[in-house]
Design a protein around this ligand. Sequence first.
Ligand SMILES: [Fe+2]
Ligand SMILES: [Fe+2]
Length: 179
Amino acid sequence: MARIDKEGITVLGKTVEDSMNEQIKNELFSAYQYLSMAAYCESENLPGFAQWMRSQAQEETVHAMKFYDFVLERNGRVVLRAIDGPLVEFGTPLEVFERALEHEKKVTAQINDLYGVAAKENDYASQTFLQWFVTEQVEEEKNAGDVVETLKMVGDKSEALFLLDRELGQRRVEEQPAD
Ligand SMILES: [Fe+2]
Ligand SMILES: [Fe+2]
């Protein structure tokens, strides 16, 4: 339920606020996980894969900040939580991207749950805000899934892996338009 503070301003409800604080942590964990994957790719002499993962990590930080700023805009309180350690060892580049896809599916479920909380609380502003993330998750799962499929085709052909590394290395984070 939305709260009204003493100045008559609508304040983010406690339940939604709590879930958004949890999601700030989840997005920062995602960034941490992708940075760890980038480090693994560097150690495997795959700088293009590492660049792709670095860009992914940067995007996750942007996601965390979107939640952070939204909580503040709604006169809520941002309370940061402890971030778990990421996976650090992977068997193959394919495993890295399979884990990434698995992770994004988990995040999709988190966003859907959060949307459910906002709907239950009749918080329409949060539902509108969360729609961007619902769409983003479709893209996130597709991006990781596409690389998984390509890596399965690459198999153990080192020349194809080299070319894919070059291609993935083209990825850069787009400049965020100023509001
Ligand atoms: Fe994200
Ligand atoms: Fe993501």
